[in-house]
Design a protein around this ligand. Structure first.
Ligand code: OGA
Ligand code: MN
Length: 291
């Protein structure tokens, strides 16, 4: 091939293989450096929107490379502040190790279906990006459920019933399953993280596609009794989690996974506090509020 074509064709040096019919793609590349270009980033971003979850098997990113790739897909969102130094972090370390993470209870909330950044005063992150630095010997797989595919698959009558419904979200609700296990001295600080936010259950994106804003942050449905609303919210979670719409990632160390946080819930299969599991996380700004 003539060298003059290399620039134009560099994005073609990345290929994608679907993982399941409705969710997931694996990225295949020839040269690692081909991933770190503007063209590649645009192709990756479009693929994240199309397939919801992208897996880069054993890419083995350094923190600097993860930040660079996040910026290329961008815009990079820096949303974690070190509790002790007040410093804004480039990389958030997802771990249950209390020596590294002063608020492991908050990370325990990741054992339940959720979307990131749904209780803050900003559009939800477009994407979350995780590098597996150390996997757990047991558990620790991450599951993703496409709420685009799940909404699409609902019977028309149920779609119509959801139209116009709004749910109230909070971190406190997302921790309700584990409230009994949160030490009393941490309870207030942890459950007061974030805001109490109302969102429509059906999110009509600017693209015209519809997804659902569900997960354990959703506490109740506005205008319905708590039992009725919660039952619906739990049913929607179960619906989205069915195998046709979801994917479980079995991590290998070095894997890098990017998912569309605006069209998916995720959760992690429980792992031990002392398992050594360590994920390095970055985020990409959302450009659309839930509407
Ligand atoms: C998160 C999260 C999942 C995981 O960091 O927000 O949900 O597999 N992590 O650790
Ligand atoms: Mn999360």
């Amino acid at each position: 091939m003539a060298p003059i074509l290399f620039g134009r064709l560099s994005a073609m040096a990345i290929r994608f293989e679907d993982v399941k019919p409705k969710i997931g793609a694996r990225v295949v590349w020839d040269k690692r450096e081909d991933l770190f270009t503007e063209e590649a980033a645009a192709v990756i971003r479009a693929k994240v929107e199309e397939r919801t979850v992208l897996v880069f098997p054993q890419l083995n990113l350094s923190d600097e490379e993860q930040v660079q790739l996040t910026e290329l897909i961008g815009p990079r969102q820096r949303m974690h502040v070190d509790k002790t130094t007040g410093e804004v972090l480039d990389i958030y370390q997802v771990t249950l190790d209390a020596k590294i993470n002063p608020q492991p209870e908050y990370v325990l909330g990741t054992f339940f279906w959720h979307m990131d950044g749904i209780t803050v005063d900003a559009p939800p992150s477009f994407a979350t990006l995780l590098s597996c630095r150390r996997k757990a010997p047991k558990g620790g797989q991450t599951e993703f459920a496409s709420t685009y595919a799940a909404y699409e698959g609902l019977p028309e009558a149920e779609k119509a019933e959801l139209e116009g419904l709004r749910a109230v979200h909070s971190v406190k609700a997302s921790l309700s399953h584990i409230a009994d296990a949160i030490p009393q001295r941490d309870y207030d600080a942890v459950t007061k993280i974030g805001l109490v936010k109302e969102h429509p259950i059906v999110w009509t994106h600017q693209s015209g596609r519809k997804s659902m804003v569900v997960g354990t942050t959703a506490d109740h449905i506005v205008g319905q009794s708590v039992p009725e609303g919660r039952a619906t919210l739990v049913r929607l979670q179960e619906w989205a989690a069915q195998p046709d719409y979801s994917y479980r990632h079995e991590w290998q160390e070095g894997d890098f996974v990017v998912w569309d946080n605006t069209g998916a819930m995720h959760r992690v299969i429980p792992y031990d506090r002392n398992s050594g599991r360590m994920m390095h996380r970055t985020s990409i700004h959302g450009h659309e509020s839930v509407a």
